[in-house]
Design a protein around this ligand. Structure first.
Ligand SMILES: [Ca+2]
Ligand SMILES: [Ca+2]
Length: 456
């Protein structure tokens, strides 16, 4: 099995020195990059003009439900990945689950669920909420338990006709839970001040109370939304839950933000119950029972690209895989001016003299790059941008971008908010951070990426 943290890359032939990472804009020559070795390496980069491109990406995807087989179980056995149709406790309505070929996030097929104010859309008899859901109930490799770490992904699309009115919908479209216990995490649709929003709720320590945060303020209809949910499941301190999303259907591929406060918003007990954790997707309408209608409308939701990737790769794993287990974080046994920790953090080879910078927008290996680009919110003004690779499978490694008008150690300023985060794979992303100071007020700025590693 491929390990999560390995991004394969190759070195393309050298290209002429005209391939520079710093764009030829007016203030170019006064912008410099520095860091422990930035100043030195930048000039080397511009002289040699190396260009690295990716050829393959490998993650430890434990379950991948893309429906490309055209069936409800997406090639898994019905026991592993399950659409709860009539003969195994699911709804009896024939159109509760359908394969869709007209509305898809990826490939040729997605799954379409429909719910109505009708007992044919119930599951498991009584109690009678309306429920049309699929799950990975018996797919052991993608189940979670105490002290496991997963990235969950799914995409959903709300049918325009059935969602034009959305009073009090209360529809859960994805949830993680242990058998016989209340859910650990829920993505639900609800109305807030006339807007249809996506809400994320989660367990809270010892309490059964689920707290909530808004993930998407106003969900566009007839558009695919991609959700990423990273969970470090822990009964005790050390757990966390991160959520981010993107609107995939308008061409934007930028994840807007980690929704809650940067990296981690919850530390504590994220596991409840003693069962094995699994997840479900589709429609669960707890407030809609045939006997007690709050929202009797028909609802249609599409789901696609449902995945769970185990986040298991650490610096120590990487060191073992590269036969450098005895080396220190600051060592440079391959003599390429890149420390062992930098080789790990930026997907480089600790046994190869492969000093190079990341190729903007394309590369999957290399040291951070800096360049001038137009400032957000200030058309016509430019500022220093730092672009770098970030791995998110070892939480002991923290990346921080800093800017400064000089090289005095006291004046580096952290910028915690990324301008752009583009996922490359489950475990790797391309991050662009911009300086808040533009060339209108400063003609000389420095940037660096600080790496901090805390051994477990
Ligand atoms: Ca090295
Ligand atoms: Ca190297």
């Amino acid at each position: 099995m491929q390990r999560c943290g390995v991004l394969e890359s190759e070195i393309a032939p050298r290209v002429p020195s005209g391939t520079r990472v710093i764009e030829p804009v007016d203030m170019q020559e006064s912008i410099m990059m520095t860091c422990a070795r930035f100043t030195r390496v930048c000039s080397v980069l511009c002289f040699f003009g190396y260009c690295y491109i990716s050829v393959a990406i490998a993650d430890t995807v434990m379950v991948n439900v893309d429906y490309e087989t055209g069936g409800f179980t997406s090639g898994y056995t019905p026991g592993e990945v399950n659409a709860r149709i009539d003969d195994n406790g699911g709804p009896s309505a024939l159109d509760a689950f359908e394969m869709s070929t007209g509305v898809v996030r990826e490939g040729t097929y997605s799954i379409r669920t429909k719910t109505e104010h009708n007992s044919a859309y119930r599951s498991f008899g009584s109690p009678p909420p309306v429920r049309v859901e699929s799950s990975n109930l018996e797919h052991e490799p993608s189940q979670y338990g105490n002290n496991t770490h997963f990235l969950y992904e799914f995409s959903f699309y709300l049918d325009e006709a059935t969602w034009a009115s959305h009073t009090n919908p209360g529809v859960i479209i994805w949830q993680a839970k242990t058998t016989g216990s209340s859910p650990d995490a829920i993505f639900s649709l609800r109305e807030e001040d006339g807007r249809l929003e996506l809400r994320f709720r989660h367990v809270s320590g010892d309490s059964n109370q689920l707290n909530g945060i808004t993930v998407v303020d106003e969900i566009p209809l007839a558009k695919w939304i991609d959700i990423r949910f990273e969970a470090k499941w822990e009964r005790v301190d050390g757990g966390y839950l991160d959520v981010s999303y993107r609107n995939a259907s308008d061409g934007e591929v930028n994840f807007t933000d980690t929704v809650v406060n940067g990296e981690t918003y919850y530390t504590g007990r994220t596991m409840r119950g003693n069962g094995t954790g699994y997840f479900k997707w589709g429609q669960y309408r707890p407030s809609l029972s045939p006997e007690d209608s709050v929202d009797p409308k028909t609802r249609i939701v599409y789901h696609d690209a449902i995945r769970a990737t185990e986040m298991v790769y650490t610096f120590e794993d990487w060191k073992a895989d590269h036969a450098v287990a005895g080396q220190e974080t600051t060592s440079d046994e391959d003599s390429d001016l890149v420390t062992l920790l930098e080789e790990f953090a930026f997907n480089m080879d600790p046994n190869l003299t492969d000093f190079h910078h990341l190729t903007t927008s394309l590369g999957t290996s290399g040291l951070p790059v800096g360049y001038l680009a137009e400032a957000s919110g200030a058309p016509g003004e430019y500022c220093l941008h730092v672009e770098f690779l970030r791995r998110n499978d070892d939480r002991n490694l923290v990346y921080t971008v800093q800017f400064n008008s000089g090289l005095d150690a006291a004046n580096w300023t952290d910028v915690t908010r990324a301008k752009t985060i583009v996922p490359i794979s489950a475990c790797w992303e391309r991050v662009i951070v911009e300086d808040s100071v533009t060339t209108t007020t400063q003609n000389r700025r420095f940037g660096r990426v600080k790496l901090q590693y805390s051994p477990p």
